[in-house]
Design a protein around this ligand. Sequence first.
Ligand code: GLV
Ligand code: MN
Ligand code: MN
Length: 431
Amino acid sequence: MKLRLALFCALLVAPAVFAQTPTQVRVNGTRIHSHLAALSQFGRNPQGGVSRVAYTPADVQGREYAIQLMKDAGLDVHLDAAGNIVGSRPGSDPSLKPLLIGSHIDSVPEGGNYDGDVGSLSSIEVAQTLKERNITLRHPLQVIIWQNEEGVTIGSQAVGSGADEKLLSMISPSGKTVREGTRLIGGNPDQIASARRQQGSIAGYFELHIEQGGTLERDKIDIGVVEGIVGILHSDVTIEGFANHAGTTPMDQRHDALLSAARFIDRVNQIVTGVPGRQVGTVGWIKVQPGAYNVIPGKVTLGLELRDLDEKKFLSLFDQVRVAATEIGQRNQTRFSFTEPVVNHPALTDKGFQKLVDDTAKSLGFSTKLMPSGAGHDAQELAPIGPIGMIFIPSIGGISHAPKEFSRPQDIENGANVLLQTVLAFDKTMP
Ligand code: GLV
Ligand code: MN
Ligand code: MN
């Protein structure tokens, strides 16, 4: 009788885990690995990574593959109006808000096989494990594959702060506008406002991701507990000069747009490194017109990116870059103009979530480190609507956004187990 009473009380205290003791439940690492290998076939590039840029056929095929895995994991799958793939698993307490986990499966051009894919497939694996172990959480669980993270964080922005006309008409790396792309993948751009969720409408969001830098590997740490995610500023810069004959125009009579661009790129580097801190700045693409040996470049467009955890800091750097551009332009009679910057705001993770991830990882025997994220993530877009947490695993050689991106199978399995146990611990203890 006493034993029955104790059992009954234990069920009341831990209703989420009546089928298993949570710490005994583990993901199937071999299965994650085989799903990663299968996903890497969609958009495979000759260097062994993927070019699965959002809104391309490879992206569409990858999404179909992920949808099938989500259905196999017992999730009820639908697309929201933004084209995010949402897989739901009901909870036992209808008064609780949903707990979200997920990541993205689109890549940069000539990207790797781990950025986004690890978190997406591990989140599906969490659902699959819950299904196989007959575990019903108290919270509804939603596994979400966000659309077009690399273009940047389009689907999660639509959910976290809403997509406006400016976002919908942005040209994505595929060459399609976000509006066209969203329609192509099955979303409804005309109704995209309905994808937005209200502040306080989610219990929280956890994302597992590769570090994309070399800190964890260098320090031999298993799990990174993310304290915050950098903000990102993008602006397209146009430099107008005058295209003229490269043989007959004397050196002192040129309006060489590419020469201004070269000086500008160097100045960006000087400005960004001229103050202490972890801020970074990059010119990541450039187009030269008309582009011939024997024509002085008349027009250049290039992409400027600035990042930091402190938004004020990168906005002030942007101001300095614009002042420098005007000076450079005057020196050889070219004219700089900047598009209105597109800003992804920095976000801090929730302190309680940091502790939950840290305690969970340690209870599984892993070493941990609190660290910032220099890469952008969908998680930062969800911060306006609820608490967020992120789990990092090591990236070998700190290489990412490149075909040589690699994370060891054991590290991926460790990260997925931390995600699973974090979900179970959250469900047990949080409202
Ligand atoms: C997203 O992956 C970014 O950091 O650019
Ligand atoms: Mn990325
Ligand atoms: Mn990513």
